[in-house]
Design a protein around this ligand. Structure first.
Ligand code: NAD
Length: 370
């Protein structure tokens, strides 16, 4: 029998163990490098806004992209009230496939990697847009994304001071506990958003609420500040005052998607924005003046997940992480799917496990299988 191609599978624990083995700092750096490389190849990708299915309590989205050699998609949800069901707001998994055959090379949890790739992309944007030397960040919303944002900004921009605020004081306390031993970093619990903004040249908003919130008002923001806004990522879900956006230099990932989902959904379609790849490619400056207010209106784009999946695949192969699974049927005679099914059934029966399945199959199909 010839060897059957197998898909590498990493569950959530496999991904966490791999990231810890590589080291979170190294993983963030490597991921940022993959994200940057792929943004610099922007014209080569076939891109589409993600397909979203909305419900009153959240959203489920599919995010596809391909560069013609590999194809990737991510399944991701956003349910701001999931904590009440003891589940995260955001959960994700993804697939990386080869375009030449369509074979899925990798199936993996992407919940952790979504946080990592979002943080890496935020830091890449901030590095190109913030005033040089910015070392103090206000962090509004201290949930699952928060620690990763802080660590990426520490590592890639040298942010040393974080002023954290959350409507849930327990979230800020957890953030401070989790980051208490990071050398050279101080995380201060702020008493309000205004308090968090004191002395901050960088502001990250990472709140979750399926509503048109105004987490930051225009009058609160002084000259020269860079805002990394990642919580407004759905129609009807925003964080920033429209007046603030109007006076800012706004950078987005993929304009057609951000017009629907980002902060700029509040503004007319002609409002000028710049796509991130142009800033990273230095086609356009991140800021024109030290006094500019800059905004990275981040919603998360499929290209970032493609970069995360290709990083994960390479790292998993190198470290022998995860396991191989027969995710898709590959009969020895490719067109003989029926014969393959009978063989598989025989194998199960020989293993003494198939009787129930066989009976269920016969009953369900309403036919006998020879
Ligand atoms: P989370 O639910 O774990 O954390 C959200 C936190 O925001 C909670 O602690 C909550 O108490 C706090 N919060 C809610 N409203 C607030 C307010 N008005 N002021 C201060 N704090 C407030 O969610 P998460 O996984 O950390 O994600 C945060 C947001 O980022 C979500 O909206 C999510 O959809 C979005 N997100 C965006 C990207 C992207 O690529 N742009 C990626 C991942 C997540």
């Amino acid at each position: 029998m010839k060897a059957v191609p197998m898909t590498r599978f990493l569950d959530a624990t496999d991904v966490a163990m791999l990231v810890r083995r590589i080291g979170l700092g190294t993983a963030l750096q490597q991921l940022a490098s993959c994200v940057r490389q792929d943004f610099l190849r922007w014209p080569r990708f076939e891109k589409a806004a993600r397909v979203a299915s909305h419900s009153p309590v959240g959203v489920i989205e599919l995010m596809p992209v391909t560069d013609g050699a590999q194809y990737a998609f991510k399944y991701v949800n956003g349910h701001p009230h999931n904590a009440m069901a003891a589940m995260p707001t955001v959960m994700a998994f993804g697939v990386l496939a080869e375009v030449c055959t369509g074979f899925p090379l990798l199936l993996a949890d992407l919940t952790l990697l979504t946080a990592l790739r979002t943080a890496a992309t935020s830091a890449l944007a901030a590095r190109a847009m913030a005033v040089p030397g910015a070392d103090t960040m206000a962090l509004i919303g201290n949930g699952a994304q928060a620690e990763f944002q802080v660590l990426a900004f520490l590592q890639m921009l040298g942010v040393r001071h974080v002023r954290a605020f959350d409507v849930d004081g327990g979230a800020t306390a957890r953030l401070r506990r989790n980051l208490a031993h990071v050398p050279g970093l101080t995380v201060t619990a702020a008493t309000s958003i205004d308090d968090a903004l004191q002395g901050a040249q960088l502001i990250t908003t990472a709140t979750a609420d399926k509503t048109r919130a105004t987490v930051l008002r225009d009058g609160q923001i002084g000259a020269g500040v860079h805002i990394n806004a990642l919580g407004g990522d759905c129609p009807g879900k925003t964080e920033l005052d429209a007046a603030l956006l109007r006076r800012a230099r706004v950078v987005v990932e993929y304009e057609p998607q951000t017009r629907i989902e980002g902060e700029i959904q509040q503004l007319p379609p002609a409002f000028p924005v710049i796509e991130l790849w142009r800033i990273l490619a230095q086609e356009q400056p991140g800021r024109l003046d030290a006094a500019d207010v800059t905004v990275f209106d981040s919603v998360g784009f499929a290209l970032e997940d493609y970069a995360a999946l290709r990083w994960l695949h390479a790292a998993a192969c190198e470290h022998h992480a995860g396991r191989h699974v027969e995710l898709v049927a590959i009969p020895e005679a490719p067109a003989d799917l029926y014969g393959w099914m009978l063989q598989a059934e025989q194998g199960e029966a020989e293993g003494g496990q198939a009787q129930g399945l066989l009976a269920a199959g016969k009953a369900g199909l309403g036919m006998a299988v020879a």
